[in-house]
Structure formats: structure tokens, C-alpha cells
Write a protein that binds this ligand. Structure first.
Ligand code: ING
Length: 309
């Protein structure tokens, strides 16, 4: 018996420093309209979807830094997106930089359901990069400077007729991310990402960025019987290039839809959530096959250490 969830992933091309938030929201709305024309029930937008990827810049002026954050969600800038999505009856995932009333700063995403209600919030846990200034590098990756580690864990929400989890960008490279959500019976994980195509740490062949991105999605979709919808913000933002590769991946591990450009682009798939059922029942039947008594090191150790005797 099919359990269908018409899913769109809305890829964003570059957002430049000079682009206004209003202009970006207009782009999100155009993608939402296209998703509506495809009869989508849910749309995945990227990580930090309202601004350029500002962690690439070393900034010290707090007022300059703070303009990249949202102090409330929704707010006047994004309200037109929320209003149209509610009118269409389309839920969505949206990534943005969050300042809390207490002044805490997170790389955050939300899930909004088809009634326009924010049903879930996630604050990025795996923050890549560094917090110090690397003036010799062609660009910075200062998520550890501009964001705190997420303090709400990896949750799963009963929404959209399924159990949906979410994460953000670098989280997708860590198997623990998906396992914690699939142990909560997630059937689909949605995420956004901003992935520089250049490695500032060593001369990594550029093609590996796309390979590792897709490998992370496909392997973890299969190993956790998950659908994954991943939305890129990509292309060259003020000369700094980020990979595209937005994709919808099946619990079989197969890519069923992938973007073909580095611009604003919508991809769509009529997701059949039931495809995960056989994998959860047989191959990855956690209750029948997992042996946590032998996995203790995964919890007890942060970094690698000596082999246990
Ligand atoms: N970006 C990158 C990502 O995880 C990165 C950072 C790239 C880390 C490649 C390691 C290897 O896709 C964000 N925003 O996490």
C-alpha cells in the first residue's frame, strides 16, 4: 500500500552580500509557486536560506554580524512566504541564523506544516570549521565563531502524515545524526546545506566534494531506511563557489531526483514512504539485529583513542 508524500526540494543559487532579504524571499516564493504547480505537499529550502553564507567572512563588528540573524520566526521579511505556503497548504523546511531573546546564536532550521504552523525547530549540532581568523586562507569557515552548538538534540516530529526528522549541512556527514533519528522511527529526514567546493585545509580534488555529499546521503538513507531531501544553496556567492547537487534519495540508497544547475531550481519526487517498510522490517530491523552492548565506545569516546584490550 503506497503512502505518498509529494516532495519538492528547492535549490537556491547564489545569494550575494548586496542582495536584500526581500529579494531572497521573492525567490523562495517563486520556488514555492513552482512546487505548488507540481502539487507538492512539502518543500525543502536550504541552510541559511535568507542570506549569503556569512561564516566565510571574518567580522568583528557585532552590529555587522547581527544583521545576518533573525530575532523572531516568522517575521516581517519572511511572512509573505509563510502566508503563501499556508494558502497553498504546503509545509516547508527553512534554514536561517537565529538569535534567541537571551542572545544565544544558532544555525537553525524549522519544519512548518501544511496549516502554516511551526511544528519543529532544530539547532545545528555538528559545527564544522574554526573560530579563529585564518588570514592566509582564501575564505573562512567560522561556524564555530558565529554559532553555538545546538542544544535541542536530534528530534523527530509526527507531521505530514509521517515521522520527519531534520538536520543541517555538516550533520549529514555524521552517521550518528541519522541513527538517532531512525531510532525514533523517522521515515524521512530533510536538510539544507552550503558546501564550499574548495577545501582550505589541503588540495582536495574538487570532484570529491560532490562525491562525498552524495555518498553521505545515499549511504545513510540506505542504512537507516530513510528518504532524504537535501537542498543546496550553491553557485558563486561574491566569487566564493559552493556545490549544488540538491537531491531526493530513496531508502534503497538510490537518487530519484537531482538538480542539474547551480541556480534556483526545483526538483520533485512523489515519495512513497512505504518503500522504507521492507528495509525496516528485514535488513535494518533494529530491534532484531542491533547489539548496543557492543557499541559503547560510540558514546564513551569523543575522539579516537587506543584499541580496547
Ligand atoms: N558546510 C560544509 C559541509 O559540511 C564541510 C563544510 C565541507 C565540512 C566539506 C567538511 C567537508 O558540507 C557546512 N555549512 O557545514
Amino acid at each position: 500500500m503506497k503512502r505518498l508524500l509529494p516532495l519538492s526540494v528547492a535549490q537556491l543559487g547564489p545569494i550575494h552580500l548586496a542582495d536584500s532579504k526581500a529579494a531572497v524571499v521573492e525567490r523562495l516564493i517563486e520556488l514555492l509557486k513552482e512546487a505548488h504547480s507540481r502539487n507538492s505537499h512539502f518543500v525543502v529550502f536550504p541552510e541559511l536560506a535568507l542570506t549569503t553564507f556569512f561564516p566565510r567572512y571574518w567580522m568583528t563588528d557585532q552590529a555587522e554580524i547581527d544583521r545576518f540573524y533573525e530575532r523572531s520566526m516568522p517575521n516581517k521579511d519572511v511572512q509573505p512566504l509563510f502566508d503563501l505556503a499556508k494558502q497553498y497548504g504546503i509545509g516547508f523546511y527553512l534554514g536561517y541564523a537565529e538569535i534567541t531573546p537571551e542572545g544565544e546564536r544558532f544555525n537553525t532550521s524549522i519544519i512548518v506544516d501544511r496549516s502554516g504552523t511551526i511544528v519543529g525547530r532544530y539547532r545545528k549540532i555538528h559545527l564544522p570549521g574554526h573560530s579563529d581568523h585564518k588570514p592566509a586562507a582564501p575564505f573562512q569557515h567560522l561556524e564555530k565563531k558565529y554559532f553555538q552548538v545546538g542544544n535541542e538534540g536530534f528530534k523527530v516530529w509526527e507531521t505530514m502524515g509521517t515521522k520527519m526528522g531534520m538536520c543541517i549541512c555538516n550533520d549529514r556527514r555524521w552517521p550518528e545524526t541519522y541513527r538517532v533519528m531512525s531510532l525514533q522511527s523517522a521515515e524521512i529526514v530533510v536538510l539544507g546545506y552550503n558546501t564550499p567546493s574548495h577545501n582550505i585545509h589541503w588540495p582536495e580534488p574538487t570532484h570529491l566534494r560532490m562525491f562525498h555529499h552524495l555518498l553521505s546521503l545515499q549511504s545513510n538513507a540506505y542504512q537507516n531506511a530513510l528518504w532524504i531531501g537535501a537542498a543546496a544553496k550553491c553557485g558563486s556567492e561574491d566569487g566564493f563557489h559552493m556545490i549544488a547537487g540538491s537531491a531526493i534519495v530513496s531508502p534503497t540508497g538510490e537518487i530519484v531526483a537531482q538538480s542539474a544547475s547551480e541556480e534556483d531550481e526545483l526538483i520533485f519526487h512523489n515519495v512513497d514512504l512505504a518503500i522504507g517498510d521492507n528495509f525496516r522490517e528485514h535488513v535494518f530491523n533494529f530491534a532484531k539485529h542491533r547489539r548496543p552492548e557492543h557499541y559503547k565506545l560510540i558514546i564513551e569516546r569523543i575522539g579516537a583513542d587506543e584499541p580496547i584490550k
